[in-house]
Ligand binder design. Sequence first.
Ligand SMILES: *Cc1c(COP(=O)(O)O)cnc(C)c1O
Length: 419
Amino acid sequence: MTIIEQYESEVRSYCRRFPAVFTKAKGAVMTDENGNRYIDFFDGAGALNYGHNHPKINNALIEYIQSDGIIHALDLTTHAKEDFIEAFENKILKPRGLDYKLMFCGATGTNSVEAALKLARKVKKRNNILAFSGAFHGMSLGSLAATTEAKARKGAGVPLGNVSFMPFPFGFNKSFDTIAYIENVLKDDHSGVDYPAAIIVETVQAEGGICVADIEWLQRLRDLCDRFDILLICDDIQVGCGRTGNFFSFERAGIVPDMVTLSKSISGSGLPMAMLLLKPELDIWLPAEHNGTFRGNQLGFIGAKAAVEIVDETNLLEDVKRKEALVNDYIEQNILPLDKRISHRGIGLIHGIDMSEFNIDGLADRIAKRCFDFGLIIELAGRKDSVIKLLPPLVIPDDELMKGLDIIAASMREKLAEL
Ligand SMILES: *Cc1c(COP(=O)(O)O)cnc(C)c1O
């Protein structure tokens, strides 16, 4: 029995899927204690869009620590915070015509979702929130109430309420006019759904199985929220920070949410950091009304500023779009022809290979495990974990991207032949 099995809680998860002892990582490659190299298509669940140990980010962090920069500061004013805000305003928000105030939350994504839900309820003086089937918004009670996976909800131990779910008509549920349905619900004084303060949406449901909302639908959702005095919250924790080929995932639809949650890759380096963007008129918080010891991780700010510069100064975002085409072509030519029950959804550098049509529990899992044998770290998503989820770092070199895809195709060929 390893020390992990002996002492670490049974709640551990990824270490079970990827049973190696990892020692080093660079770019898109992780190395274990035996010197085995793995291409990383999991990307820290989207926390490592700029890859492992990006030299520019690492150098900024090392320099800051060596100069005895403040590491912990609650939300005191520091140069690290001021410099990040200035960079984010000038290099991300202003060029996109976005006017948001920045709220630094406790260091995990779920805390920025909690802040968004609290603020929406406070502003609109209504308690209900609309969320979508397939949604994932985090594991603390408020966010969990807006998260759909039955197992995770059961873990709450208390009733999860004040959220009503509407069908998300992409991926697993197709062709349902959710926007018209919500409109009926809002107008119907016998709908049974309490009038909501906000609608929270992922423009691409990641944990839900790589379900990509289409542009027209997102525009109709924005319009609906405007007409019915409801706030629109975009949870961009996983698919923001360049993942879809724009810095924010909602940019492709030309819409502006009232609030945006960011975490995972915002610090650039995998350090914990979470942030809520809110329209200035919503900023009715009282001082310390949503407090926390680790709001404003100073090293996070240092990494985040370097990451903003990478987005601004390199062709990272165009490169994501170029690589999207490579992935689409590869899957079309080498994976879809393996069996007509396989389907593919994706945008930018988040893609799902959907095995649900086979109706074989554990099939995607067998493929993912075989990928690991061949040196690829890859996760599953969606209903019954039936979707193989491709989430490489945005900076992955083409040859490693192709090698990872080859491993998926080889593993699929092998596991499908065994059926
Ligand atoms: C990961 C994630 C969260 C929760 O973030 P944590 O840091 O795990 O608390 C919320 N929403 C989405 C879309 C996520 O992918």
